[in-house]
Ligand binder design. Sequence first.
Ligand code: ZN
Length: 434
Amino acid sequence: MHAPEIEFKDKEQVKRFQEKKLGELLDYLLAFSPFYKELFEKNKIQRSDINTLEDLTKVPVSSKYDLYSRNFDFLCVPKNKIVDYVTTSGTLGDPVTFALTDGDLDRLGYNEAISFLCAECSADDIFQLTTTIDRRFMAGLAYFLGARKLGAGLVRVGSGIPELQWDTIQRINPTVLVAVPSFIIKLIEYAEANNIDYKSSSVQKAICIGESVRNPDFSLNTLGQKIQDKWGIKLYSTYASTEMVTAFTECGASQGGHHHPELIIVEFLDDNNVPVKEGEPGEVTITTLGVEGMPLLRFKTGDICTANYDQCECGRTSMRLGPILGRKNQMIKYKGTSLYPPALYDILDTMPMIKNYIVEVFTNEIGTDEILIRIGCVDVLENFEKEIKDHFRAKLRVAPMVRFEDPKLIQSLQFPEISRKAIKFFDKRNPVLS
Ligand SMILES: [Zn+2]
């Protein structure tokens, strides 16, 4: 299998290619999507009004709230065409259901196969899946289908259980881990504690999901650097979501996740839903291409990213998506500075004395944002609080409140029973009407 040719075409060719695909999508939505049919009628938009990518701005954006409140109005096929159901966390805590057809599963596998190709993987690789494939989760299934499509091998270990992970590494000799970066740290710690010679293991690289391993300038962040220093395996970031049914995965140049033009149209919008200037951070807004079950048109993901359009060292000309700077609704305005939680995590991750932590944000008496960092720490040394605050001041110019607690308590807050991944950010601010 080879990388699709469209990833190497010039900008104008990609645009024309996407406009053709967009036309097919609009015909499909106006024939089968109750939600989008109504949206076009209500806003008096004709199919013939939308011919170019620029014309897309005539269509109102769709939000997570639309998906939550009108969930099955997004469905374009009869129920007997659905093969797989997954859920994703919604805005108001209740999950949103996504339904995939047989064709959608093929598309999902294709998407992941070309993402693996981007990450310099081939049919000769063996993947070890350290994330869950069930629990109504789409990603694990995508990795399985992608490896199969690529012609590679895959072993489904599932999440957690470092002992089973290492037993599998020694038994099957995988070359690639698909893993959450902080779990790779756990694997290293387990290996060190149990005298496993992890540096001579078969593992050469990791596809890193769920957490960023890079700073906005593409250098490794604290978490990524820690893995690199300890183990030396090559890290490839990937960004994906259930709604997008598409992944943006880094190539060997490590300069952002590559866009696959046949699968998705991406816009970067400001707070007024106007496209930002090229290269400025904006909210990733997507239009899925080729999806049958629940296609989305101008869906706002809530993730703030920057796009890069220069040709990449790998030869691809496709747009590259920088690390997520933050989630739109998670922006904190603190003492005159705008912050996103990842900037706080990156500082906390550098301090070995900190066992674990959560970040709480709430509204104080004067109506502005206040940050409390609850730190799990066994022996709190004198001056440690000052050391942490100095560190914050040096990096971010402001120092949040700090409270030391039992690491076990923090651990239980990070992993409530129904959660699939660690929760580090707790937003307790008064809701803002917008
Ligand atoms: Zn590249």
